[in-house]
Design a protein around this ligand. Structure first.
Ligand code: NAD
Length: 489
């Protein structure tokens, strides 16, 4: 990578070669400075995608034959290379995606660590043995790669989400066709470059810089044996219908409408500081972000006053400025969609109680905003993917849990309380795959199973944890083995 103002001309990685696409011409720009052109390219068309699938199919047997320990060693080299390139990758991530440099550095480090974790799991036990009713018989479960896996990822975590998926897919002997989001072609191709440069063999990881529309080719192809997708609900549901109908294995991580409950016995300043992270870190562009805050009883005024102070002290700006706490949103379109949702929420009775200020320079800035409202307003009915959260006040924990659960989603939920019995009750009754107690809704450990309930995740198993991902990226066989007597000759 050259200086930070270089314009990238990213190509697809197909069969170990960087190939320009033959489809529609697109550009990516710096969300903090739209005059800064980051990348321009011709997207992959259907033929490019077919070639990538074919290369992945041809490479799969040899990659599987290397054995899991060798594959783990190669993945470890990828992680080391990402660590070596962390500064340039993080700067590019900030330039193209908008998050702060501290967030980008954290993400690149987390991605390397994720890959290292999966690489190390190559030495874990691989299957199970079972007792048999027949003396002398051994029964074992063995794992085999699915074959070729399609991976489709969003723009909000340009290297972390791909790492969660690509590392275990490759470790288990699959080859991959990866389609990153169209908004971030430069950082995606530099991430793929680490795999290429670290010695992942040709055809094992293919990356296609394609539009969402043309990715339907991946979903429909009979050569793709499994699809792992993170993104929005409508696209996920379409993938589930199409891919499962043809017998492919599907794993979907979709949206969230995550609630946090603030009980009256907790320090409001502490709860506000934690929920500032939950609602506003990553400029609110996280599936796990706190979208609704439900205070219980008389803490409401104190909490609102404290939360307002903290939200209004956020400093928006370019992610490259070390004093910036909150970067821009991903695009002009995203900014307009968030603005429209907030305007609708206000016209439906919501009241803006806190709003940070935005910088005067151009950039896709939307001010972190707190709305006081009800479950009927748009910001509570829909996942608004930005720095916006809605506050409500109720009189009991029971009511708070009922409101928290009143959504089709079930990704994360949190409770702030000093009472063991309230925490116990919330843990049991909140309908979410990730429950946080006295901590922000956002954030997870890379080795702990991750995923939601209800419409947030389909159909599981969960991501991240090495045993959970093995369930998705392999098929199992139950093998019954007895010893045959030798023939007398
Ligand atoms: P999106 O669904 O628009 O796009 C995600 C990916 O799907 C992109 O690569 C996109 O190009 C591709 N895509 C779009 N249309 C497609 C189609 N018809 N066929 C195949 N691929 C298609 O989502 P987004 O706007 O990039 O991301 C935001 C959404 O992702 C939010 O809903 C957020 O909650 C969700 N998300 C979920 C998690 C999680 O772990 N649950 C994590 C991050 C983001």
């Amino acid at each position: 990578m050259a200086n930070s103002q270089a314009v990238f001309n990213p190509h697809n990685l197909i069969g170990g070669t960087w190939k320009p696409g033959s489809g529609e011409h697109i550009q990516s720009v710096n969300p903090a400075n739209p005059d800064d052109l980051v990348a321009e390219l011709s997207q992959a068309d259907n033929q490019d995608i077919s070639r990538a699938i074919e290369e992945a199919r041809m490479a799969q047997q040899e990659w599987w034959s290397l054995g899991i320990i060798k594959r783990g060693i190669i993945l470890r080299s990828v992680a080391d290379l990402l660590s070596e390139r962390r500064q340039e990758l993080a700067e590019l991530m900030t330039r193209e995606q908008g998050k702060t440099l501290a967030e980008s550095l954290g993400e690149v480090d987390g991605s390397a660590e994720t890959i290292r974790y999966h690489a190390a799991s190559s030495r874990n036990p691989m299957g199970k043995t079972y007792p048999s009713s027949f003396p002398g018989e051994h029964i074992e479960q063995v794992r085999q790669a699915l074959g070729v896996v399609g991976i489709i990822t969003p723009w909000n975590f340009p290297t972390q989400i791909p790492s969660w998926k690509i590392a275990p897919a490759l470790l288990w002997g699959n080859t991959v066709v990866w389609k990153p989001a169209s908004d971030i072609p430069a950082i995606s191709s530099e991430f793929a470059r680490a795999f290429h440069d670290a010695g992942v063999p040709a055809g094992v990881l293919n990356m296609i810089l394609a539009s969402g529309r043309s990715a339907s080719k991946l979903i429909e192809s009979p050569e793709i044996n499994g699809i792992s997708f993170t993104g929005s609900v409508p696209v996920g549901q379409m993938i589930a219908r199409t891919a499962t109908a043809r017998g492919a294995k599907v794993q979907l991580e979709l949206g969230g409408h995550n609630a946090a409950i603030v009980m009256p016995d907790v320090d409001p300043q502490f709860a506000a500081a934690q929920l500032l992270v939950g609602a506003m870190s990553g400029t609110g562009q996280k599936c796990t972000a706190t979208r609704r805050i439900i205070t219980v009883g008389d803490i409401h005024q104190d909490f609102v006053a404290e939360f307002k102070k903290q939200v209004e002290s956020l400093k928006l700006g370019s992610g490259m400025d070390p004093t910036t706490t909150t970067g821009p949103v991903i695009s002009e379109r995203a900014k307009m969609e968030i603005e429209a949702a907030v305007n609708d929420a206000v016209s439906e009775g919501g009241k803006i109680v806190a709003q940070a200020s935005i910088p005067s320079e151009s950039g896709f800035y939307f001010p972190p905003t707190v709305i006081e409202g009800t479950m009927e307003i748009r910001t509570c009915r829909e996942e608004v993917f930005g720095p916006v959260t809605t506050l409500m006040n109720v009189s009991s924990l029971e009511e708070a849990i009922e409101i928290a659960n009143a959504t089709e989603f079930g990704l994360t939920a949190s409770i702030f309380s000093a009472s063991d019995s309230d925490i116990q009750r919330a843990t049991e009754e909140l309908q979410a795959g990730l429950i946080k107690i006295n901590a922000p809704n956002t954030g997870s450990e890379l080795h702990v199973p991750f995923g939601g309930l209800k419409d947030s995740t389909f159909p599981g198993p969960r991501e991240q944890n090495s045993e959970s991902v093995a369930e998705f990226y392999t098929n199992t066989k139950s093998v019954y083995r007895r010893v045959a007597p030798r023939r007398n000759t």
